[in-house]
Design a protein around this ligand. Sequence first.
Ligand code: XIL
Length: 358
Amino acid sequence: MKLTQLTVALAACLLASCASLVGPEPATLRDAAKGSFKMGVALPYRVLRDAQASGNAGREFNRLVCENEMKFESLQPREGQFTFEQADALVKFAEEHDMEIHFHTLVWHAQTPQWVFRGPDGQQASKELVLQRLKTHIKTVMEHYKGKIATWDVVNEAYNQDGSLRFSPWRSALGDDYLRICFQAAREADPKAVLIYNDFDMPHKGKREAVAKMFADFKKEGIIDGLGLQTHWNATWPTMEDAEATLKAFSDVGAKIYISEMDINTQQGMRNSGLGLVRTSEAEGGQGAIADPDQALADRYAQLFGLFLKYKKNVEAVTLWGIADHYSWIHGQPLIFDSKNEKKKAYFSVLETLKKNR
Ligand code: XIL
């Protein structure tokens, strides 16, 4: 063998062994995000009948949240009648695809049946009765899923934009200290569970400061572990400064951070408020026309994933609120698979951003 041939052969061997050490290029989001955070997706029960959409979910994601099936009205529509069937089917799907499960949500002002707050006389139930119902629900559900759930949303959406407590029938019944009561009950039901407070609009200073303070207080009491940022955002709101300030504020108080319900609204001048669309204010931007929504979405996803990766020490998971545009709870094209379940530009921009930061 001539010297040049030998050199070429040696170089080829070296390259091959390097490649086997590094491993193949990741071809899915869950593999590309390995070592950074889990990649999650919200699925409704009906996705299980859609082979293409559920196939994409099981292949690309390693975390699952039920879009509605674990909410109070789904799990206990009538007092004492627990209906776990649809949620259990999604749990089974997750287990078959090696996905961890996030529970959403034990306590929320919405999607909770009226009976919870009504007394035997049809009037407002007493504090004691609501408290007993709260504890029964939390205990029954947490026991049913013990050992199966990675993380739990205990309370969802308790604050206004300015940091005051928002209206909630739970608050009316249990008083202003109801968040603490809920987290204590969840901790009691499962001392090892990872407990989360979840909300939207966190980039607003008043809200994030109130949430960070609540987190710091509850952390000292050992009753909370993480914060969920819904991230129903749009192409221009929030600014990167406000987005980063939020991640920093929550990192500073030692929270595990969950980007919990990400979608990017491509409709001009509109954004999600947690329960429906609202028109963005001037201060929130988002009034300008999006010339090329597909590209704008790809750029925005890449930009935000870049930020999440910068905070990957604290960010435990990034979850998209839907597997494809036609499953989204909002109109437009807010997700990374289109309404034919095909990968969009945004899918590839997320994959590339994750790969670059491995
Ligand atoms: C939404 C679901 O996506 C819809 O299907 C349902 O009709 C209403 O709720 N914040 C939350 C989620 O915490 O539970 C909401 O999910 C979206 C806003």
